[in-house]
Structure formats: C-alpha cells, structure tokens
Design a protein around this ligand. Structure first.
Ligand code: SDX
Length: 434
C-alpha cells in the first residue's frame, strides 16, 4: 500500500452491544482513514456512502490534493512549479515513472512518442464510417478501444509492455484527436512530423494545410503544454476511478482508458469545459446579462448549474484555475486577441465569489472555468475541448492503472449495496396478473 503508515490509533465502533477496534491508516501527507476492510467479517455491517464522498478506494503515490488548502502536487512536485518549468512530456514521464526524467530519459521517451505517433492506415478508414458531426469523444473512445485489435501483442504481459503501451497511447491519442478534427473539416490529414515536439506536432496536425501552412507559435505551444500539464492527474476523480474499476477486472489498458474517456465526457466532469464555453457564449449572445445565470444557478427549482464552478474536493480556489486564469491574459495579449467571453467569465467569478449562495457552499471556479478561453484562442473547436482534457489526463489514467496492477492489495472492484426493494413475494403466473 505504498508508504502508508498504519497508525497506533484505532477507531472504536460500538454496534449491537459489541465494541470493534478498526485500524487507522495515515498517509504521507497526514491524511487519516479508518480501515474498514474487516468490518463486515467482524460485525456483519457494511458502510454506505453514495458518491464515495467520504470513502477512499485505494492508497496511491501519484497525486496529492488538499481541497481545503487548494494544494495539488504530482509525485511530490507542486503543480505551480511543474506548469511553469516543464513540458507536458516531462510531466507525463513523471506521472508514469514516479520521478522527473533526466535528459537521457526524456530523449528516449520523446523518441518513443515519435516512433508511435502514426496510427495504422486501416484505422484511418474508421473515420470514413462516422457520420458528420459525430461527437469527438465517441470517436476517441472507440478508436482507443480499437487499438487492442491493431496491437494485440501488447495485451499479453501488460506490465512488461506498459512503457511501450503508455508511449503508444500518449502519442496515438494525440494523432487520433487531430485526425478526427481534420476529417470533421473535410480537410486532408496532416501526418505527425519527427522534427516537432509533442504539442507543436499536435497543433501542426490540427491546423496545417496545403494552402495555408501553419506557423508554430511558441506562446501557443507553451500555453498548450501548460494546459495539458494542469490536466495531467487529479487522484480518484470520476474518470480515473472508472479506469481503475475497469482495470481491476484485469481488462487491458486500452479498454480501461476507453472507459475513462467515456466517464470524462460527462458534463459534470470533463465535459464541463465545453459546457462553460457554451454558457459564456449564450450569455454573450444575450447581451452579457450574466446575473440572470447566477440567479438560475441559485434557484433550487432550476436544474441549471453555473458550469465551471464547484468541486467535490476543492472548497477553496482550484489551484489549476488560478494558473489558467493568469495564462488567459498572457496568451490573449501575446496573440493580440481580446475575447469578450473572458471578460464575462471574470465578471461572473467576481459576482459569484461575493454571493452568499456560492460562499456558503464553497463554490469556486474549477479547472474547466477558464481553460476553454485558451483553447478557443488557439483555434481548437468547442466540441474538442473535452478531447483536450482527455489528452492531458491520459498519463494520469495510465499511472493509476499501472499502480493498481502493481498493488499487492489489488482486488476486483465490487462495491456492496443496501437493498431497499420489495421483500420476497410469491410468484404470480401471467394469466393471474391483473
Ligand atoms: C472536474 O473530481 C475531480 O477531481 C474532477 C476534476 C478533475 O480534474 O478530474 O477536477 C475535473 O470534473 C471539475 C468539475 C467540472 N464540473 C462542473 O463544473 C459542473 C458544475 N459543478 C457541479 O455540478 C458540482 O459542483 C460538482 C459536480 C463539480 C461537484 O458536485 P458535488 O461535490 O456532488 O456537490 P453537490 O452537487 O452536492 O453540491 C453541493 C451544493 C448543492 O447545493 P445544496 O443542495 O446544498 O443547496 O452546491 C450546489 C449544489 O446545488 N452546487 C452548485 C454548483 N455546484 C454545486 N450550485 C450551482 N452551480 C454549481 N456549479
């Protein structure tokens, strides 16, 4: 269980006249948990915690976040330093290997990413089968799942092949995303180039064309690296938990990642970055009356939520949102763009953070609130924003899948439930049913 410390403390539980002593485990950053793995065997009781708001599913050494303090670190390194000083490839290596790469390790990893940047030519024909306007996340999850068909040799001995599978996925998902965009535009595919960095290659595959050569802009490349780093991992979020649950059945990495992509698609999760842009665009088109949307978000009778606000764990500023908000100003001024949606977003944040409804519920902008402003400035279409989230989150998903496979305490994920349906009743033959 990593470097968890089984503390000297125990939790005492009194049930049906008996007293149970449950061990307390303490994480490396001082988090405490009551280990209930023996609870049912000892007492016959299970615990109930819908949405797992109070339940730890595992011990992990990958990411630490403190929702009260607004702290986020990958393998012990603060997100602020990583976003400022690293490339996405460096951070992907850190997440998947546990340490920042030396120059030699980074060069080898980059070469692997370059080696695996192409997708099988037969896979390219898949794109012809999708109707126009197919959701990019649907295409992405099915293409990733199909990697099992093209690289079946990777499915045996996954831990021996994990480095190669990880590089394949991180590189090919980028190519699949760019190809699906080109196909949706009816433009010729632009193949990956061996002489470009990970992010520059993606941008070139997305925006280069025979009649309009794409000019690599270092500010844009830097901004994309920063965005992908900030999405790299986030402990047991919905999509990462999905990757772990699927992988716990010992299904292969590609299928587990495909499951994670589908969970990320949800508008309460990674789909929120697209929904934020649609919300800001609607407010702008209606003349900028964002106060109407604040009122809707506060109305318990209205299902509308202020998308990009709130978080299961952060009860203060999401540190990623703070970095992205500043990057918005930097990127837009470097590209000489003024985006009215950024002004609306900032006004929305300012009003919401003073409103008792949001203050009482600790609702702050999350990672999705400002990220779309930069994607839009780069030229990425709104319906691909969640695909960008998946590109960034991929190394984190892979790291968690591997950590789970390596975990000596690994078990197949199979939660219990409390049954509240009908009690046993006699069968009624069809002819007698009224
Ligand atoms: C991501 O888990 C992760 O780490 C995820 C993520 C990652 O990196 O993987 O950080 C990425 O998914 C960010 C979140 C993106 N989603 C959104 O922006 C959608 C809008 N936000 C929410 O729907 C909500 O805040 C969640 C889903 C993010 C969190 O939901 P919770 O923890 O289940 O909280 P809740 O729904 O129980 O809300 C608590 C209260 C409720 O009010 P009351 O019933 O107490 O009166 O806060 C209210 C909610 O109605 N509330 C909101 C709100 N978010 C919560 N009210 C208005 N607008 C909102 N955005």
């Amino acid at each position: 269980m990593g470097n968890v410390v089984v503390g000297q403390e125990t939790a005492e539980l009194k049930l049906d006249g008996k007293v149970y002593q449950l061990p307390v485990v303490v994480g490396s950053e001082g988090e405490k948990a009551i280990d209930i793995r023996a609870l049912r065997a000892q007492s016959g009781y299970i615990t109930l915690d819908s949405g797992f708001m109070n339940t730890g599913s595992c011990c992990s050494s990958i990411t630490f976040l403190d929702g009260e303090q607004g702290i986020l670190s990958y393998r012990g390194y603060g997100i602020e330093e990583l976003a400022e000083n690293c490339t996405f490839v460096e951070v992907a290596y850190l997440l998947d290997h546990g340490s920042l790469p030396t120059q030699t390790e980074l060069s080898k990893f980059s070469q692997m990413l370059g080696k695996y940047a192409m997708i099988h030519e037969d896979m390219i024909r898949f794109f012809d089968g999708y109707p126009p306007n197919s959701p990019p996340m649907a295409i992405l999850s099915s293409m990733v799942s199909s990697l099992c068909s093209f690289y079946p040799e990777m499915l045996d001995n996954p831990l021996e092949n994990i480095e190669e599978m990880a590089a394949r996925l991180i590189s090919k998902v980028r190519t699949i995303a760019a190809f699906s965009y080109k196909k949706s535009m009816g433009q010729p595919l632009v193949y990956p180039r061996h002489d470009l960095s990970y992010c520059a290659n993606f941008l070139n595959m997305m925006f280069d064309s025979p009649v309009n050569p794409y000019v690599i802009n270092d500010t844009v490349v830097r901004a994309l690296n920063k965005l992908l780093i900030l999405h790299g991992d986030h402990e047991q979020n919905c999509s990462t938990a999905t990757v772990r649950v699927a992988g716990s059945a010992r299904v292969n990495l590609y299928a587990s990642i495909s499951a994670g992509i589908n969970a990320l698609w949800g508008p309460l999760h990674g789909g929120a970055n697209q929904a934020v842009m649609e919300m800001l665009t609607q407010i702008h088109e209606e003349g900028g009356d964002y106060k109407k949307y604040i009122a809707k978000a506060k109305d318990p009778a209205d299902p509308f939520r202020l998308v990009g606000f709130g978080h299961r764990v952060y009860k203060t500023h999401d540190p990623r949102a703070l970095i992205i908000k500043k990057a918005c100003d930097d990127v837009l001024s470097a590209l000489n763009i003024s985006d009215p949606l950024l002004d609306i977003a900032k006004e929305l944040e300012e009003v919401a953070l003073k409103d008792p409804y949001f203050v009482e519920r600790n609702l702050y902008p999350n990672v999705d609130f400002y990220s779309g402003i930069i994607y839009r400035a780069i030229g990425i279409p709104t319906n691909m924003f969640t695909v960008m989230f998946a590109l960034g989150r991929l190394p984190g998903w892979i790291a968690h899948w591997k950590e789970m496979w390596d975990d000596p305490d690994w078990r197949i994920s199979r939660p219990r439930q409390v049954y509240v349906g009908p009690k046993r009743r006699p069968f009624v033959p069809l002819a007698e049913r009224t």
